[in-house]
Design a protein around this ligand. Structure first.
Ligand code: GRG
Length: 338
């Protein structure tokens, strides 16, 4: 059944991309080291840095010679633990999610090599988290789900060590999370389909170069396109409200199965623009809510996907292409670095 819960887009919501505002918002966020938001989000600092840097990179505002990048590099080096993985912050235990974020940042800085961090040990850490059934745990405490499969595969891909894990078992596990009933994927075998986990699973399959083995692609494309609501925004499962982050989880998955045209991109573009804060800059989950770097990065990444996948001559689309860099739909990093 198609969802009926939605929000209404009001006339006075932003309808232009406010690039300067977003750059200012992210730079201020990164500088305010002692702010309440920064202190309370210490447990996800590494991923927070990735969201900010990736967003700034997409907006073409990264200065690769800035001293700010030197302090980010020192932070990453200090976050590498004895086990080889990276923690969210200094003195935090390593976790597969923050290990991927650390490696993604190093890739953006052109510093993903042994001169700066221990790549060999990082590979051993990821390898140690693969379970006998092919799945990946997030850390030494053993929680398993398909987010961690994606993080494991994406990290190994970026450090050129995919051959060191059991790739066939890793994808067998992911395929077990495929639901015949709607074509979607969940967090574990038998779990309900959820758009963010679809990205993790289809992304893992894409990294393993097995998209041609994915059955029911049409059903999956249909389920993903049903996530779009009359407001233009997308939800993560039926009967849920739209949230800007699903623009990324759904569009990137559709892009990987070559079905991105099943979404109305012009309506989605308007929904994303309406999620901007016209004074502070940044994007929120829904129009009028508080902005944050997570939704800001997924907004710009989704706009980039829209811009480069819809090669039209419509004015707004041409302008988007000239404003933003192209994003890679699998690894959520600028395409020029792949
Ligand atoms: C490199 C892009 C990138 C990702 C790394 C960790 C990871 C891989 C992906 C996380 C995917 C994930 C499960 C995101 C959660 C998104 C979310 C808003 C979940 C909340 O779901 P619901 O259904 O809430 O409980 P809503 O509000 O949608 O009803």
């Amino acid at each position: 059944m198609i969802s009926t819960r939605d929000i209404e887009l009001k006339e006075d919501y932003a309808n232009k991309l406010l690039i300067e505002k977003h750059v200012a918002y992210l730079k201020k966020y990164a500088e305010e080291k002692d702010g309440v938001e920064q202190i309370t989000s210490e447990f996800l600092k590494m991923s927070g840095m990735y969201w900010c840097l990736n967003a700034l990179y997409l907006m073409k505002t990264i200065d690769k010679n800035s001293s700010e990048l030197d302090s980010i590099l020192r932070f990453i080096q200090e976050c590498q633990c004895a086990e080889g993985g990276f923690g969210a912050s200094i003195n935090h235990d390593p976790h597969i999610l923050h290990t991927l974020s650390a490696i993604q940042i190093l890739v953006m800085m052109n510093k993903c090599n042994d001169k700066y961090v221990d790549i060999e040990k990082c590979g051993q850490y990821i390898k140690s988290l693969q379970q006998p059934d092919g799945s990946f745990a997030g850390d030494k405490w053993g929680e398993v789900d398909t987010r961690f499969s994606f993080c494991g595969l994406a990290t190994m891909k970026l450090i050129n060590k995919l051959h060191e894990i059991d790739l066939d078992k890793a994808t067998d596990y992911v395929f077990q999370c495929h639901n015949d009933i709607d074509g979607g994927f969940g967090s574990r075998p038998g779990s309900e389909s959820h758009a963010a986990y679809v990205y993790c699973c289809v992304g893992s399959i894409a990294i393993a170069n097995k998209i041609d083995k994915l059955k029911n692609k049409d059903l999956l494309a249909e389920w993903l396109s049903e996530r779009q609501l009359p407001s233009g925004g997308l939800n993560g499962r039926p009967e849920k409200l739209p949230d800007l982050c699903y623009s990324w989880w759904c569009l990137s998955s559709l892009s990987m199965i070559k079905a991105i045209d099943s979404i109305d991109k012009s309506k989605l573009y308007k929904f994303i623009l309406a999620c901007q804060d016209p004074e502070l800059g940044g994007f929120s989950d829904r129009p009028g809510n508080f902005v944050d770097p997570y939704h800001t990065m997924f907004a710009l990444s989704s706009l980039s996907l829209i811009a480069y996948n819809k090669q039209t001559t419509e004015e707004w689309n041409v302008e988007l292409r000239s404003t933003l860099k192209e994003i890679n739909p699998v690894l959520c990093l600028p395409q020029e670095l792949m």
